[in-house]
Design a protein around this ligand. Sequence first.
Ligand SMILES: *Cc1c(COP(=O)(O)O)cnc(C)c1O
Length: 393
Amino acid sequence: MSKSFLLEPALGGLAARGRYRSRRVVAPAAGCNVIVDGKAAVSFSGNDYLGLARHPAVVAAFRRAASLYGVGSGASHLVTGHSPLHEELEERLADFLGRDRALLFSSGYAANLGVASALLQRGDVLIEDKLNHASLLDGARLSSATLRRYAHADVAALVARLNSAPPDSHCLVATDGVFSMDGDLAPLVDMTQACERSGAWLMVDDAHGFGVLGRDGRGSLDALGCGQGVQIYMATLGKALGVGGAFVAGSVALIETLIQKARTYVYTTAAPPAMAAATLAALDLLMSEGWRRDKLHSNIGFFRRGAASRGLRIMASETAIQPLVLGDDASAVEAGRQLLEAGFLVVAIRPPTVPEGAARLRITLSADHDEAQIDRLLDALESSMNIIRSKSP
Ligand SMILES: *Cc1c(COP(=O)(O)O)cnc(C)c1O
């Protein structure tokens, strides 16, 4: 007799602990406006930091390519799914970043699993920041490498991990460039030096830095001037670029290895060619509409000054991700509910996405926001914090 699946009690347990996740139906309206389960709100929760997802040039490129290539790619890249548009986008991304080659993946999740599965095997060591994105952590499982984690952004702890790795193992250090739930940057300059000294390779997942930081949006390595010491650069195309999918950039040998061995590259259908066309248009806009990045950064400054003057304790972050930690899950969920009532979509993030006791509102800013919307959000945050404080014992 095998064990039976007791799904309902498990779901009930999640609900009892306030950990049950459910989806809202969110329909887009103009700009950052959305309709959430039928109610109008301004969204401060998306990752479309530059407002490119519905940019007319991006949409037109998608349409044009769909009418030429059809909607689906029809096969994996290694069978017949690799179109001229995919090829052109890979070349453009490599050129833009000054790397030898780039390789497209259908999602960031797939890219991170793919790198680990191609480079590591049992006995190798994957060393990661405690707050890394789940997709980087899950790479250890697909590769069977040993996962070692270090305290967030603690380079001394990283060095200790490097020093204790078996001498005959391959060591890959992987980190978010901009941490997805905190918005801070990894200490990449010190990390590259530590990795170089020990012979480990460094991989940076720049999902939230690419398009936002550095010259023309070249990302966190460009902003910190440490690209040389990072062998593997990965970024997603569904956040600041507004489209979807992801890529890995690096040496010819790295990319060829991924093509041969990354399971999440080989065994999956290529993303639609129209997505590559839309991404090419978005890349053009990174350069031709640099004002979008300027506007985003000016919105970030406006938000932080307004939060400080209202006594809201936002975490230290210079990026589009501006978290307000409430601590317990119930307060974070309650604040999210009150904000929606006031016309703002701000999502509460709970464990296991963030550590226990660090539930938060993850506020994200975009070039599409204006200062009046941000001001009204700050007012709503202030009154919500007052209500929650007055209710807590
Ligand atoms: C969003 C995200 C991913 C996953 O990318 P998808 O394209 O959404 O699968 C990976 N890493 C980080 C840091 C992310 O924020």
